[in-house]
Design a protein around this ligand. Structure first.
Ligand SMILES: *[C@@H]1O[C@H](CO)[C@@H](O)[C@H](O)[C@H]1NC(C)=O
Length: 209
């Protein structure tokens, strides 16, 4: 048995330790976050309420707003808390959850943008077949695939990182639980963990093509 203590919580160093900068930065983040929130939720509301916008393109745009909203919420609430309270202590599970959701939303966004590109390609290059290609089923299928891939990618990455053991330090040199920042703290053999992204990326390339 090795004599080491497991980390149960992480400390996020945040953006700055200068107390004079914390309040202005907090207000700036609050402003940006409010604009993001109002913008994205406004777009979703508009698309749901206006029946003229019930077309594939706006369906994808609405989902893009939803993912953007989730992503910025997952990052910002932690950053703002850190700015207000100084160094932010985050439990092991919250750190894993934050990493999971951020990765899931970012990946879903990548796939959504790909689906949107496909939708426009069909509209511009195959206009006569557009209504038969982009059916309701096809749109639902594409969007569901985006979310499934997002959560799959997030499970792979987060599971991979949190299967490592952390014993050196629990100070994350970042303002949220990002993958490279947390991985740098691990004292396990990282050889296998560093290969996982390569396999995941290969899988993604095949899926996209
Ligand atoms: C999967 O997640 C990782 C880590 O966040 C990210 O770097 C990668 O781009 C994601 N894959 C896709 C296809 O978005």
């Amino acid at each position: 048995m090795e004599n080491r203590t497991e980390v149960t919580e992480f400390i996020l160093l945040g953006l700055t330790s200068d107390p004079g900068l914390q309040l202005p930065l907090f207000l700036m983040f609050l402003l940006i976050y409010t604009i993001t929130l109002v913008g994205n939720l406004g777009i979703i509301l508009l698309i749901v309420l206006d029946s003229r916008l019930h077309t594939p393109m706006y369906f994808f745009l609405g989902n893009l707003s939803l993912v953007d909203f989730g992503y910025s919420s997952a990052v910002t609430h932690m950053v703002m808390g850190g700015l207000l309270l100084g160094n932010e202590v985050i439990s092991y599970n919250s750190c894993a959850a934050q990493m999971f959701f951020i990765t899931a939303f970012v990946t879903a966004e990548n796939y959504l943008l790909t689906s949107m590109a496909y939708d426009r390609y069909a509209a511009v290059c195959k206009p006569l077949h557009y209504t038969t290609t982009m059916t309701t089923n096809m749109c639902a299928y594409l969007v569901i695939t985006c979310y499934v891939c997002g959560f799959l990618n997030a499970s792979i990455y987060t599971g991979n990182i949190f299967s490592l053991s952390f014993c050196l330090s629990n100070v994350v040199h970042h303002f949220f639980c990002d993958i490279p920042a947390v991985m740098a703290l691990s004292c396990s053999d990282r050889h296998v963990s560093e290969l996982v992204p390569i396999y995941a990326a290969t899988f993604n390339i095949f899926l996209l093509s």
